[in-house]
Design a protein. Structure first.
Lengths: 325, 194
């Protein structure tokens, strides 16, 4: 076995495992509760749960299957050939050869906000998209910095993040639908129930409450998972290029650039947030300004810039050390 | 990548495959016999340098090691170090056109120095240059991560001579492990030593 300098980040792995375990726990508890409620139950409650599962599962599957096409259409992006964008293709070619992975399709989105995203259900069907803002002379990214950004996105492809996040969100989607369905059935179905159907009248609000709680918990866990996946992608990207500080300075340039861009662009980009290199919407920091984590940090899909820079500095130190024997 | 690696969002850096490089000298003879391309005697190793002094020290050591024989018979010229526009470093070793074995040994010395110091994953490709009587250029590119070769024949103006590349693939099919996935035959425009 060849000696390696690329020590795994055990802390990050452990935190991610715990997050996924908790998500799984919520999932199991949710299914158990729903089955319990249905066992006690009544056809109308069962039908609601069934419909929510079919709709939620179906929409998640479709969005996973067509994620590349949906994301490209939402970003208004266009696939480019090596002749049209030789520099960009050259960098992606080299990174893919270095990482021994299939080359994704490359696209450019005519957005002025500097950003990049990669999507697609697997490496064969993935697409890597950069915005025109990222390539613009105003932002002035060096080739090394651009390479860092692309390596981060390729790591998302290698880690199959679109798949992982879709499966992780499945529960939240179903729970969200259940809340809505239960609400409508309460609204429209209430009149038809006779006096002997008291059980159902209690069940539907119960499903609603359970779903709301499940939705809230899984929402927070998914955001946490998303932040860990971003840190992982930063890490793998920096190790791939061997230049953590190029990625760090790209991050700084990109996040600085995003604060200057008008908001209509930001709003249009919001649905794609989870796949972006840096979040398109900057959440304002909690006014308290204390040392503790703010509410916005809890809800955000990306770790804070400070956190990402700190992790990259750690990798930089590791790479400079004498090889472990 | 394993299931666990996907789940935990980690990538193990890919280690290079080095052994297949030694098939080059016999392939060069086949190539010359079948299509008239002779080695120019120059070859290069391309890798992604890592920031920090540790890596640059190793790079200097390798250069010194290769330059020890420079000027002696069979030792070739001193190695040239260049950095391309993509930020990759190329170490170019130049020998006489009939010293293919010495060239491959030089290239291998670079590989082993990087691998021994734990920087194996930084190796991208190695390139050996050929030319025919009509001065057409051809390179055999070795992809470290896949352990396969592919031909690269640049024409003027960033165009490739695909016919010549496919012909070379046919000629060398028995001597070298040729990369079967044509999408991995990425161009190396302006590669030093070509």
């Amino acid at each position: 076995m060849a000696r390696t300098r690329y020590a795994p980040d055990r802390g990050l792995t452990a935190r991610m495992t715990v997050t996924m375990f908790l998500l799984g726990l919520v999932f199991v508890a949710f299914v158990a509760l729903i089955i319990g409620i249905m066992a006690a139950a009544h056809a109308s409650a069962g039908a609601i749960v069934f419909i929510a599962l079919v709709f939620g599962g179906g929409s998640a599957f479709i969005s996973l299957f067509y994620s590349d096409k949906i994301a490209l259409a939402a970003a208004g992006a266009r696939e480019v050939t090596p002749q049209e964008a030789p520099e960009l293709h050259g960098i992606v070619d080299r990174l893919c050869a270095l990482a021994d992975m299939d080359k994704p399709r490359v696209a450019i989105s005519p957005t002025r906000m500097p950003n990049a995203f990669a999507t697609g259900r697997n490496s064969k069907h993935s697409v890597l998209c950069v915005t025109e803002g990222l390539l613009s002379p105003q932002l002035n990214l060096t080739n090394e910095e651009l390479e860092g950004v692309l390596a981060h996105e390729l790591s998302h492809v290698a880690h199959k993040d679109v798949q992982v996040m879709t499966y992780a969100s499945l529960l939240a989607i179903v729970a969200g639908l259940l809340v809505r369905f239960a609400f409508y059935s309460e609204l429209f179905g209430g009149g038809r129930r006779g006096g002997n159907n008291n059980q159902a009248a209690l069940l539907i609000p119960l499903i609603m409450v359970v779903s709301i709680v499940v939705y809230a918990i899984s929402f927070l866990l998914i955001r946490l998972l998303s932040r860990y996946r971003e840190l992982s992608a930063d890490r793998s990207g920096a190790l791939l290029t061997g230049q953590p500080s190029a990625l760090a300075s790209a991050l700084q340039k990109v996040s600085g650039g995003m604060q200057r861009i008008p908001t209509q662009d930001l709003r249009a980009a919001e649905p794609l947030n989870a796949f972006y290199f840096a979040p398109a919407v900057k959440l304002t920091r909690g006014g308290g300004g204390g040392g503790g984590p703010s509410l916005s940090a809890l809800f955000s899909t990306h770790p804070s810039l400070e956190r990402r820079l700190e992790e990259l500095a750690k990798i930089q130190r590791q790479l400079g050390q004498v090889a472990p024997h | 990548m394993g299931f666990l690696d996907v789940l935990l969002g980690r990538t193990k850096p890919v280690q290079p495959k080095l052994d297949d490089l030694f098939a080059l000298p016999s392939a060069a003879i086949t190539l010359q016999a079948a299509s008239g391309f002779t080695p120019t005697g120059s070859g290069s190793v391309c890798f992604r340098s890592v920031e920090g002094k540790t890596f640059s020290d190793i790079q200097d050591d390798v250069r010194e090691l290769l330059n020890m024989d420079a000027g002696k018979p069979g030792g070739g010229l001193p190695v040239e170090v260049t950095r391309d526009s993509f930020g990759f470093t190329w170490l170019v070793s130049s020998h006489m056109s009939d010293e293919m074995d010495a060239l491959v040994t030089d290239l291998h010395a670079v590989n082993s120095a990087l691998v021994d110091n734990g920087f194996g994953p930084q190796l991208l490709c190695t390139l050996v240059a050929f030319r025919d009587a009509a001065e057409r250029r051809l390179a055999l590119v070795y992809l470290y991560k896949r352990g396969t070769f592919y031909p690269f024949a640049p024409l003027s103006g960033e165009r490739r001579d695909n016919a010549l590349e496919l012909q070379t693939k046919g000629v060398l099919g028995d001597d070298l492990k040729i990369e079967q996935d044509l999408t991995k035959w990425f161009p190396v425009w302006g590669a030093p030593g070509l």
